[in-house]
Design a protein around this ligand. Structure first.
Ligand SMILES: [Zn+2]
Length: 112
């Protein structure tokens, strides 16, 4: 279970993963549920590798999804269509070493 004070679904957000959609050593995507209020979140994690040899940095994006969207993502047999989470489509919370901020959507896949 992952506490995240940056999420805004309720006063004490605590996420547990319902389904891991994708996972590699530097990227992952999952559908999570807040154990405090039941809100569903799509979560994407990415580790940015620094080409100059500096410390790698972690970045997380969270987008609130509806129960119906959650059901579709969790029941998908293959990688589901995630384009509805894309840039300019739906507000997401982005968290990295600079802190948390609201952004206009999540970057697509692959990250390139
Ligand atoms: Zn919550």
């Amino acid at each position: 279970m992952r506490m995240s004070e940056h999420l805004n679904c309720c006063a004490e957000p605590a996420l547990e993963v319902m389904k891991l959609l994708y996972a590699k050593s530097h990227d992952s995507e999952d559908v999570s549920r807040c154990t405090s209020c039941g809100a569903r979140w799509f979560h994407r994690w990415h580790e940015r590798m620094k080409s100059d040899g500096g410390a790698d940095s972690m970045i997380d994006w969270y987008t609130r999804i509806t129960d119906e969207e959650c059901r579709i993502l969790v029941s998908a047999k293959q990688r589901p269509d995630l384009s509805f989470l894309g840039l300019t489509k739906r507000a997401a919370i982005c968290i990295d070493e600079d802190g948390a901020r609201e952004v206009s959507g999540q970057p697509g896949y692959p990250w390139g």
